[in-house]
Design a protein around this ligand. Structure first.
Ligand SMILES: [Zn+2]
Length: 214
């Protein structure tokens, strides 16, 4: 089973990707992990990517695609994988389809974890982190015993700049512009499956397995 995960940042895509990969006994392939590994090992593709990053430029779609494809050629991917964080743009999705096609393979499903912007802002902006011990809390879903204080070490909890509503909204804007066309693309390919990501983690997982049956 070859699956592409879609969903806005904060939709819980990574969590579901891990569980689905485990369920099917296939690797969870995260584009972030691939970048880190290639940079660390100083591979040829990694060095080329690094040259762009060092100049503060975005790594071009084609190079990103090559990096991911080279990972997908490894032995553990031969029975399938769950792709998380790639493709991110329409050119990447097209390049992935083309390359797979040339090898007689294809993506089976694109699974979209759908969560409204309002819900994502409320989820993300409720996150609190302890600057001292790193423990994570949430003002709604994982409250500390005393408001604003770390249960473990007693330090004052902080909000990460990345979790501020205005920053979250900016990320969502980029997502809608860049990644949403992928939803239309995979729909046209007939392999789009959508689940309501506003439910509990277990229910989203259950629904995901259901829609991946057909
Ligand atoms: Zn703490």
């Amino acid at each position: 089973m070859k699956i592409v995960m879609l969903g806005a940042p904060g939709a819980g895509k990574g969590t579901q990707a891990l569980r689905i990969a485990e369920q099917y006994g296939v690797p969870h392939i995260s584009s972030g992990d691939i970048f880190r590994k290639n940079l660390k090992e100083g591979t040829e593709l990694g060095l080329r990517a690094k040259a762009y990053m060092d100049e503060g430029l975005l790594v071009p779609d084609e190079l990103t695609t090559d990096l991911v494809i080279s990972r997908l050629r490894e032995e553990d991917c031969k029975d399938g994988y769950v792709l998380d964080g790639f493709p991110r743009t329409l050119p990447q999705a097209r390049a992935l389809s083309e390359k797979l096609k040339s090898e007689g393979a294809r993506i089976d499903f694109a699974l979209d974890i759908e969560v409204s912007d309002e819900e994502i802002v409320s989820r993300v902006s409720g996150r609190r982190i302890c600057p001292k011990c790193g423990a994570g809390f949430h003002t709604l879903y994982n409250k500390p015993r005393i408001d604003g204080i770390c249960d473990i070490c007693g330090a004052e909890l902080k909000m990460r700049d990345d979790d501020r509503p205005e920053t979250v909204l900016k990320r969502l804007e980029v997502y809608h512009a860049e990644t949403e066309p992928l939803i239309a693309y995979y729909k046209e390919e007939g392999i789009l499956r959508t689940v309501d990501g506003s439910q509990s983690i277990d229910k989203v997982f259950e629904d995901s397995l259901d829609v991946l049956q057909d």
